[in-house]
Design a protein around this ligand. Structure first.
Ligand SMILES: [Cu+2]
Length: 333
């Protein structure tokens, strides 16, 4: 187990990197911050099951199992008494394998779809250095509260770099996406992701993960033919997400599906607590289905009592049947 003082310097370590090093991973609300230490809270260890994959990820372009628990805390600096989190992001075109038959040229950020999950504490300064190495113009528009100059709607041309800088506020779950027209095309080709702003007091330790739902319009008819969690259709159907029985699971959930006005998210054989837009510290409601319009996002939390395999998917079954489907493999703890 990591000595607790290590937490202060963990900002450049992703949870995945910790896993690779065989280290017990502490609650992500504590990762990258000293918040919990300052508050003198007890830090319960969160156990992450070993990751087994049955699908080869070598030709996918990136690994959705890494995307799941990969939080980017940026490079931390102190300037004028403020904590700065500096993130480097590059837009590019990259082929991804949507299924055995379809290779798709995505527009990606740091060669993954969705882009990196940026994470900061409320009140810190976020600085995103955005390089556009793609042939088309792109931008990054963040949700949240900031000045108009930082709204990310100006196209950044090929070969150009810009810097977006703003205070991380308010705490919650904020999507980001390219805002160059036609926006439906720029988003559905892959230019989106999540910014998590942690509340000052943090959240209780949990096995935390990100699920971003998206669609692929393969023939430009303004309808999606394929759907996915974290970029690759059916990846978590073929590679169930292992979680431990009786451990709190926290999902940062985002709907970035264009063309379908709204979808739901449903888990089997359980109920979840909803923190709408991540803007509350106490749950707003309990359900096993929640509706999300495009760009809507929530934190949901749940614990499985019984080991076994449980599906999760939108309850629009044609969307689930065309790629937005997965399993939790609940392991005895
Ligand atoms: Cu774009």
């Amino acid at each position: 187990m990591l000595p607790s003082y290590k937490l202060i310097n963990q900002n450049s370590w992703t949870r995945r990197q910790l896993l690779v090093r065989g280290v017990t991973v502490l609650g992500a609300s504590a990762l990258g911050t000293a918040i919990a230490l300052q508050n003198n809270r007890s830090l319960a260890a969160v156990k992450i099951p070993p990751i087994k994959e049955t699908t080869s990820t070598s030709n996918l372009g990136f690994n959705p199992m890494s995307v799941l628990r990969d939080f980017d805390y940026g490079k931390v600096k102190r300037e004028n008494g403020r904590t700065i989190r500096e993130f480097e992001v590059t837009a590019n075109s990259s082929p991804i394998q949507l299924n055995s038959a379809i290779s798709f040229v995505s527009w990606s950020l740091n060669n993954r779809v969705p882009g990196p999950t940026f994470r900061a504490k409320e009140g810190e300064i976020i600085r995103v250095i955005f390089h556009n190495e793609d042939g088309s113009s792109h931008s990054i528009h963040f949700h949240g509260v900031h000045r108009s100059e930082m709204d990310g709607i100006e196209p950044i041309r090929r070969g150009e770099t810009t810097v977006y800088e703003f205070e991380a506020k308010p705490y919650g779950v904020h999507p980001y996406h390219c805002h160059v027209a036609p926006i439906t095309r720029h988003i559905s080709k892959g230019l989106y992701g999540l910014l998590i702003v942690d509340p000052p007091q943090g959240r209780p330790p949990a096995d935390e993960m990100v699920l971003v739902m998206s669609g692929y319009d393969l023939d430009d008819n303004e309808q999606n033919e394929l759907y996915a969690f974290n970029g690759i259709p059916n990846f978590y159907r073929d590679n169930p997400i292992a979680i431990y029985q009786n451990q709190l699971i926290r999902i940062y959930l985002l709907n970035m599906i264009e063309f379908d006005p709204a979808i739901t998210f449903h888990i089997h054989a359980n109920m979840f607590q909803v923190y709408r837009t991540g803007r509350t510290l106490k749950p707003c409601e309990e359900s096993d289905v929640i509706t999300l319009g495009t760009a809507e996002r929530h934190i949901i939390e749940f614990t499985y009592t019984y080991p076994g395999r449980y599906m999760f998917h939108p309850h629009q079954d044609y969307i689930a049947e065309n790629g937005c489907m997965g399993w939790f493999e609940v392991i005895s703890s």
